[in-house]
Design a protein. Structure first.
Length: 228
């Protein structure tokens, strides 16, 4: 924009008339007015007096309040989700324990059922094994063809042990010298005058057989009995 004064801004000042000399012209002085008058703007007003300040403040307060309420709601939702998540984790762990327990019980039931079905067969095989063992023991000093027959019977005896082993049935000898009625069967007693030897093993006659922790046939033993 040009800085030259506009015609409407030019103020003409009158000059006192003086007698003009002969031949002089009449002169008037022209003084430009101020380019702009001082105008009060919104920037010069105090902030609280500016138009719309109160409305804007109310809007800002409402926005802050709404954001705070939204944050609180989100926190509550997150707390609920966290609680549900932890509850689901505990429920899943409980379900896994129940499934594992049911699986173990089912396996135990199957094993017990199979063992109950096969126990008579196992007992008969064990009895046959013991009978062959008695024959072999009674003919250990025989030579020739009878000796070959004894060796053949030992082979049968070992074959029976292998059959039982493949079915999970193993022979055992109970540890220690004290008589254990849960794992041993006493078929005879031997008198003793030693009180410390009472109810201890006098002789071991036949091995016991077990399937896992289940006793198929207890160990056959003789036991000392104290007599005064």
């Amino acid at each position: 924009m040009s800085d030259e004064p506009r015609p409407e801004d030019v103020e003409v000042l009158p000059v006192a008339a003086e007698p003009l000399a002969e031949g002089e012209a009449d002169i008037a002085f022209v003084v430009p007015a101020a380019a702009y008058d001082t105008i009060a703007t919104d920037d010069e007003l105090p902030l609280q007096d500016q138009p719309g300040f109160e409305v804007e403040s109310v809007a800002n307060a409402a926005t802050a309040e709404a954001l705070s309420a939204l944050g609180d709601a989100l926190h509550r939702k997150l707390d609920v989700l966290h609680t549900l998540f932890e509850r689901e984790i505990r429920a899943e762990a409980t379900r896994e324990k129940v499934v594992d327990r049911l699986h173990a019980e089912l396996q135990q039931y199957k094993q017990d059922l199979l063992l109950n079905v096969l126990r008579p067969v196992f007992v008969d095989l064990i009895q046959l094994h013991d009978d062959i063992g008695k024959i072999v023991e009674s003919r250990q000093e025989i030579d020739g063809e009878s000796g070959q027959l004894v060796e053949l019977m030992r082979g049968f005896q070992q074959g029976i042990e292998d059959i039982l082993y493949r079915q999970g049935v193993e022979p055992f000898l109970n540890e220690g010298e004290a008589f254990d009625p849960r794992r041993q069967r006493a078929i005879a007693t031997a008198p003793t005058e030693d009180p410390a030897a009472n109810k201890t093993i006098a002789a071991r006659h036949r091995k016991g057989y077990r399937a896992g922790e289940k006793i198929i046939r207890p160990e056959i033993v003789s036991v000392y009995a104290f007599k005064k």
